[in-house]
Design a protein around this ligand. Structure first.
Ligand code: HEM
Length: 195
């Protein structure tokens, strides 16, 4: 026998995938219109590299800051479950979003330096490169392995275990230091000190 209520939730669900794709396409098209109608750059290539570079930086730094704020809130509430959720989400976006986006930011930065002959010895470029290397190595050697350790601890010992909570607190603190480095790179890129 048919149950009319069983299908109701599925019917009500909005097609979020196509809507998201349409928003992305609209942003891309309008952005390209802006790109081909700007006079503030030496070339359209440089404008394209900078658009992608800064958009990537916004996603990376903005995403990281949001996680930091949510982590601080979870820490204050002393809710082990919420802390574990933040740690899982941070591990996911760290690996799947921030790492690839960070690489794109880096490559676009390199492309701009080459395109406009900024010079590799320019102080603010050197500071940016050093900042990127620090955050890259922190992710590769510390945050990545620690995130994997935490996911193992969550499976074997659970979210409430003191060892798990200590590991989560440590990784969130390290992530905060990493955010500090990234924010300094942003300040360096905008202010171009000692140049
Ligand atoms: C660590 C991550 C990085 C972040 C978060 C970042 C962020 C930014 C931001 C926000 C700007 C816009 C500044 C403005 O227009 O006033 C910018 C511009 C720029 N960045 Fe980066 N950047 C990073 C790494 C790098 C690296 C490693 C290089 C060089 C290899 C680089 C090269 C540049 C260049 C050439 C510009 C354009 C400057 C201009 O046209 O005035 N960036 N970056």
């Amino acid at each position: 026998m048919e149950t009319p209520h069983a299908e109701a939730p599925a019917q009500r669900r909005l097609p979020s995938g196509p809507i998201t794709a349409a928003i992305g396409l609209a942003v891309l098209i309008v952005g390209l219109v802006f790109l081909f109608n700007t006079n503030g750059f030496t070339s359209h290539w440089y404008a394209l590299f900078k658009w992608v570079h800064v958009t990537g930086a916004v996603i990376w730094v903005g995403g990281g800051l949001t996680l930091t704020i949510l982590a601080a809130r979870a820490e204050r509430s002393a809710d082990a479950g919420e802390m574990a959720t933040i740690a899982r989400q941070a591990a996911f976006v760290g690996e799947r979003v921030f790492a690839p986006v960070g690489l794109i930011v880096f490559l676009m930065g390199i492309a701009m330096v080459i395109n406009l002959h900024w010079g590799w010895g320019t102080t603010w470029i050197v500071i940016g490169l050093v900042g990127y290397v620090i955050t890259f190595l922190t992710g590769l050697l510390v945050l990545g392995p620690q995130a994997k350790r935490i996911s193992r601890l969550l499976e074997t010992k659970g979210a409430e275990a003191a060892e798990t909570q200590a590991a989560i607190q440590r990784i969130l603190l390290l992530a905060r230091v990493d955010m500090g480095v990234l924010l300094l790179v942003v300040a360096d890129m905008i202010l171009k000190p000692f140049t």
